[in-house]
Design a protein around this ligand. Sequence first.
Ligand code: CLF
Ligand code: SF4
Length: 495
Amino acid sequence: MAGNVVSLGGLQVASRDTLTKAMESEGCSSSACGSSDRPEDMAPEVWEKVKDHPCYSEEAHHYFARMHVAVAPACNIQCNYCNRKYDCANESRPGVVSERLNPEAAARKVIAVANEVPQLSVLGIAGPGDSAYDWRKTKATFQKVVEQLPDIKLCISTNGLAMPDHVDELLDMNIDHVTLTINMIDPEVGTKIYPWIFYDHRRIEGLEASQILHERQMQSLDMLTERGILVKVNSVMIPGINDEHLLEVNKEVKKRGAFLHNIMPLISDSAHGTVFGLDGQRGPTAAELKKLQDACAGGANLMKHCRQCRADAVGLLGEDRGQEFTMDQVPEEVSYDPSKREAYKEWVAGERQERRAAAEEAKAETVAAVANGAEAMLVAVATKGGGRINQHFGHATEFQIFEVDAEGVRFVTHRRCDNYCVGGYGEEDKLELVIKTLEGIDTILCAKIGDCPREDLAAAGIEAIQNYAYDYIETAVSAVYRQKMGLPETAAEIA
Ligand code: CLF
Ligand code: SF4
């Protein structure tokens, strides 16, 4: 690496400020989160494992990217929300098909991405079937990748049925992160989700299938946590089937040492051809999901920044650069050049300190200013990553939602919407969709917005503000809140 010079997609930059600007222009489309996951909240060895993992650390997902390679097509169970034509819906957006790869091609692709995407820190295998059942391919892929890229974190997602057979190999391979999909701890509930499993060389149906699956999932969780492997539990929230039951799941996985619990909404569509889709089983509303998440307070820590990505996703969470790296674009011969990733890591180390300090300051100022009590407010933010307000309103495909009140500023969720701005001009119907998506939101912070959409938003009761362009999110949210609530705005006024 030559000094601090970094090239992001061909753009040469030389300092942290310049690199910040580079992220702004290079499409680091991430999003913001705010719950507590700072180094002081956990043991140093755990922080070491999560600090650069975009799914395990909300803070890290501002800065770091994951990529998935779809190398594991076989699966040993049937979920009613899955159609085998598509990818494993346990950790992928349902109805999406990925480019299936053999381990050799996958390793080439990973190296090509590492050369171009400096934010890359994690390689995950999340399908298209089950990574632990199709273990031979999963393992071969990881082995080939670490030969060239020893510092990449390895991560798998599995339904857990085959996991106990491979836990010790995970340790040998330095795999620190495993996602288990656990939708029930009561096999009776499981019968409504899983029609059959394939286990011990036979197909098993009904209650027995769910009983075995449950036992193996609990065994997996225990074995992994006993060995210090960080387990994230994914649960698909299915209204009327396991929605209330997930509270019990949350308590149980906490008891057994899960690091995070990610409650994902069922995405159900008859076009996907799944049992649930064809039966008209609906997914939860945003309000139902939030209610369940709120009810889980005090249980296992919740992940709220999941994007239900594809089994071949590439990039920061919330962006998908997979189409830039299809195999026809990956060279036959590729060798790893560490310079971009190393320079980027160096930059992030300083930048995240600054951002953390800014967020702490914003929190302290908000808490001090609001001591006399004030209502909570929801603020939507358009961001491309780095914890800053750095996206044009018209380019946002999702908004980060922050809540601010007497407790400070915190990320609560994200809301997806279609891309309002197509080819540089706005489309009225898409703006209507954005307005609908932002129901209940008082203010939007973005880097820039045109007069027309600003007026339409105002007519819907939403104020769009661009004065805080490129500021840290928490700092800006706190300032807007104090302004709107008529609270002291400067440290001197607060004192
Ligand atoms: Fe992939 Fe999953 Fe590893 Fe992340 S995704 S295998 S833990 S590297 Fe992340 Fe994507 Fe949500 Fe998964 S946002 S679907 S939680
Ligand atoms: Fe589909 Fe994944 Fe369930 Fe297997 S584990 S049936 S691939 S959703």
